[in-house]
Design a protein around this ligand. Structure first.
Ligand code: OGA
Ligand code: NI
Length: 405
């Protein structure tokens, strides 16, 4: 029985069991999982400066008009997009969608709208925001500047190629496992906060307006992140500033990954991004305005996100699940690709300070409601993800099982 079958059979279960089934592992896989956990005890020094094997730029593959895909990009049948239950295909219209939240209405005191955010965080860990205060021209400007960057010839981008120690720059794979299956995307990763990590030399210099636009975009998204943090905090029944304080107050982190998904000749065999949950705090995603691709897992189905014009798609990362003692869910998501259109998305990550312990807020735990996660810094946490690459929610969930024996 493969994992997909297990998930389907056991879907009518309580939350707690569902968490287990999502990662329902056989004995052999369980062994691998325990190995992974022991990696966490290793010191958090860098991963080294070299990728384990030569880097394949997906853009180059896409431009070489292949009839099929190199083996490394072909997912096993059970993980292929059409082998899993998917609803809300583009052609079917937005029958089911993740909740849409009007942020301006919350800021002017609409309690009901705020309640809807609370529900979305508990149920999906995903929602989209409109009337969020970021100018549409700035959003489009940032996305199109990055699109132009990715349209440069591969050679022009190699000057910025990244390494696994920081991920900063132009990259084409996540995780350093030799021989790992690869996803159909190239990306660019850069840091904004803390300021000591902001290094303009690692930012692209073309197109000519890109640094200026990205800088303004990041400043606006930090403000949006701060607003969301206050809402999420008060929706947990704690002080508005509590979550931000747990993030290290003013010393929080912010970074961005711009994803470029070229057209794929065999989209039914590949994924743009394998199932994963984001390791950090809050992700604010600017999706492509022309093409869908992001899918959110809800029980045993994948829901395609149909973003409204000028909306941001917000999702909670693992640190939010930990701080809220699992009241909020970090959600598993993936990206599918297509043969007709490329796709560009900007994922902005609002994260805790990287070296302070993150654990469930003390107001949310009691003798009857014990903490589900041990304290761990975001640096330690992220090292695991960066070593192994995207892997569902195995990491945050493995902690539930660790504490629960
Ligand atoms: C990510 C991510 C989704 C997308 O970058 O972590 O999930 O639509 N991106 O590109
Ligand atoms: Ni993600």
């Amino acid at each position: 029985m493969n994992n997909q079958d297990k998930i389907m059979i056991e879907k009518e279960t309580t939350d707690k069991i569902e968490i287990k089934t999502k990662n329902g592992l056989n004995d052999q896989e369980q062994e691998v999982k325990m190995d992974n956990i022991s990696d966490l005890d290793k010191p958090t020094e860098g991963l080294g400066d070299k990728w384990p094997e030569p880097i394949i730029r997906v853009q180059s593959l896409a431009e070489s008009n292949l009839a099929t895909l190199p083996d490394r990009f072909i997912k096993p049948p059970s993980q292929r997009p059409n082998e899993t239950i998917t609803i809300n295909h583009q052609s079917e219209g937005a029958a089911i969608n993740i909740p849409v939240i009007d942020l301006s209405s919350i800021l002017s005191g609409n309690q009901e709208e705020k309640e809807r955010v609370s529900e979305a965080c508990r149920e999906f860990g995903f929602f989209q925001v409109i009337n969020h205060g970021v100018r549409p021209e700035l959003m489009a400007g940032a996305r199109e500047a990055w699109r132009s960057f990715f349209h440069l010839p591969v050679e022009a981008k190699e000057d910025y190629s990244n390494s696994p120690s920081t991920y900063e720059g132009y990259g084409s794979r996540l995780g350093v496992e030799k021989g790992a299956l690869l996803d159909w995307n190239d990306y660019y990763f850069l840091n904004f906060l803390p300021l000591v990590l902001k290094d303009l030399n690692k930012w692209p210099s073309l197109p000519s307006n890109i640094r200026e636009v990205v800088d303004e975009y990041a400043r606006e998204l930090v403000k949006l992140g701060e607003r969301l943090m206050r809402i999420l905090s008060s929706n947990l029944g704690v002080n508005e500033e509590q979550l931000q304080e747990a993030f290290g107050g003013e010393d929080f982190g912010a970074c961005m990954r711009v994803n470029y998904y070229p057209k794929c000749p065999r989209p039914e065999l590949a994924l743009g991004l394998s199932p994963h949950s984001d390791p950090g705090g809050i992700t604010i995603l600017l999706p492509d305005d022309q093409v869908a691709g992001l899918q959110v897992r809800h029980g045993d189905t994948w829901i395609t996100v149909n973003a409204l014009p000028n909306a941001f798609v917000v999702n909670l990362g693992d640190q939010m699940q930990i701080l809220s003692n699992s009241i909020y869910k970090s959600s598993e998501h993936r990206v599918v690709v297509n043969s007709q259109k490329e796709r560009v998305s900007l994922a902005f990550f609002y994260n805790p300070k990287s070296d302070i312990p993150i654990q469930p807020l003390e107001q949310l735990v009691s003798s009857t409601n014990p903490p589900l996660y041990p304290p761990m810094s975001y640096d330690q946490y992220r090292l695991f993800i960066r070593t192994h690459g995207p892997r569902g929610k195995s990491y945050v969930e493995s902690h539930v099982s660790l504490v629960n024996g």
